[in-house]
Design a protein around this ligand. Structure first.
Ligand SMILES: NC(=O)c1ccc[n+]([C@@H]2O[C@H](COP(=O)([O-])OP(=O)(O)OC[C@H]3O[C@@H](n4cnc5c(N)ncnc54)[C@H](OP(=O)(O)O)[C@@H]3O)[C@@H](O)[C@H]2O)c1
Length: 300
C-alpha cells in the first residue's frame, strides 16, 4: 500500500512515518512545505494551500491512502490571523480532496482533527464521544471543524481522527509541545507554571500514530477519538513529568485562566472518550507516566 503522509516533518507526521515503517511493509511517501534533501522516504514538497502543487503531489504519489496531518496548529496564531488559519486548515484540505477525487478517487483519506471542536462546557470527568455536538470556541477549532465537514463530503472512503494535547519528541520540529517545554525548564532547575483549570486527555504522539496506523490497516471509516487514556490538567501532567525526571514537583506552579488570559479561548474540559477506538480498532494507548518514561528513556 502506498501511503502519503502530509506534515511528515511535524510531531505527528514523524511518528506516523516511524510507526508505519516499523510495523508494516507499506511504502510511506512524505510531503512538507519545503524542499529537503537526504530523507529516508520518497518526498515531494508542496504548499497544500496551492491547488496546482497539490494536484502535482497526488499525481506523483498515486496514493492508496493519505494521512492528512499537516495543519496550522498554533491556536493563538490562528486567532490572530483567521484568513491564514483558514487557508492552511480548510483550503488545504479542500485542495487535497479535490485532487484525490480527480486523480486517486479510491484512496482512503484519514484526517487528523482536534478536541478543540468542542466548547468544553461539561463536567471535568466527562469524556466527549464521537457523536457529541461540536461547538468550537476558537478560530483554530472552527477551522478544523470546517475541514471535517469537507472530509465528510469526500466521495471515497474517509476517517476523521480527533486527538488531544499531543506530546513527544521528533527531529526538526517547527514548534514545541508541553513535554519539551516542561522538560527544558525542569532539567535547568527552573519552575514552570501550568493550568490547573483545563482538562484534557494528553496523547503521546507515538500512540496517536499507532491509532492512525490501525485505521489505515483496517480501512476503517468514520469518526474516531484517538487520545491518551487518562484525564489530566497541564498541571497534573507536569507533576507526573517531575516525578519521572526525579525533580521536586514543587517546580510545577499552578496557573488559572484568571491569572493568564490566552489569546484564543480554550475549552475548559475537552477530554475524549476512546472507547470506540479501543473496541473497533484494538487501540491501546500507554498511561501518562508510562509514556513520559518511554520518551525519557529514549532520550537518555
Ligand atoms: N499538537 C497538538 O496538541 C494537537 C492536538 C489536537 C490535534 N492536533 C492535530 O494534529 C495534527 C498534527 O499536529 P502536530 O503537533 O504534528 O503539528 P506540527 O508539529 O505543527 O506539524 C504540522 C506540520 O504541517 C505542516 N504544514 C502546515 N501548513 C502547511 C501547508 N500549507 N503546506 C504544507 N505543510 C504544511 C507544517 O509545516 P511548517 O513547519 O513548514 O509550517 C508542519 O510540519 C494537526 O492536524 C493538528 O491540528 C494536534
Amino acid at each position: 500500500m502506498r501511503v502519503l503522509v502530509t506534515g511528515i516533518r511535524g510531531l505527528v507526521g514523524h511518528h506516523t512515518y516511524l510507526t508505519c515503517t516499523q510495523s508494516t511493509r507499506w511504502e510511506i511517501l512524505g510531503t512538507g512545505r519545503s524542499p529537503l534533501p537526504n530523507l529516508p522516504y520518497p518526498y515531494h514538497p508542496a504548499d497544500l494551500t496551492h491547488p496546482d502543487e497539490v494536484a502535482s503531489l497526488i499525481r506523483w504519489a498515486k496514493p492508496d491512502a493519505v494521512a492528512h496531518i499537516a495543519a496550522m496548529t498554533l491556536v493563538d496564531a490562528c486567532q490572530e490571523n483567521p484568513p491564514l488559519c483558514w487557508e492552511n486548515n480548510v483550503t488545504a484540505t479542500r485542495n487535497l480532496i479535490d485532487a484525490l477525487t480527480t486523480y486517486a478517487p479510491k484512496a482512503h483519506f484519514v484526517f487528523v482533527s482536534t478536541d478543540f471542536v468542542f466548547d468544553g462546557f461539561v463536567p471535568k470527568e466527562y469524556r466527549y464521544k464521537e457523536n457529541d455536538l461540536p461547538a468550537p470556541l476558537s478560530v483554530y477549532g472552527a477551522s478544523k471543524l470546517a475541514a471535517e465537514w469537507l472530509v465528510r463530503q469526500y466521495p471515497g472512503p474517509w476517517a476523521i481522527v480527533r486527538t488531544s494535547l499531543v506530546y513527544g519528541t521528533a527531529p526538526h520540529l517547527s514548534r514545541d509541545n508541553i513535554y519539551l517545554r516542561v522538560r527544558q525548564a525542569l532539567l535547568n532547575g527552573r519552575d514552570y507554571a501550568l493550568f490547573t483549570d483545563q482538562w484534557r486527555t494528553p496523547t503521546w504522539a507515538h500512540d496517536l500514530a499507532e491509532g492512525i496506523r490501525l485505521i489505515l490497516a483496517k480501512g476503517a471509516e468514520g469518526l474516531f477519538h484517538i487520545a491518551g487514556p487518562e484525564i489530566e490538567s497541564p498541571y497534573t501532567f507536569g507533576q507526573k513529568m517531575a516525578q519521572v525526571l526525579g525533580v521536586t514537583p514543587e517546580l510545577i506552579r499552578p496557573l488559572t485562566a484568571e491569572d493568564f488570559r490566552q489569546t484564543a479561548p480554550r475549552p475548559p474540559h475537552s477530554s475524549l472518550s476512546i472507547e470506540k477506538a479501543q473496541r473497533l480498532l484494538g487501540y491501546a494507548p500507554h498511561d501518562t507516566v508510562e509514556a513520559i518514561r518511554s520518551i525519557h528513556d529514549q532520550w537518555a
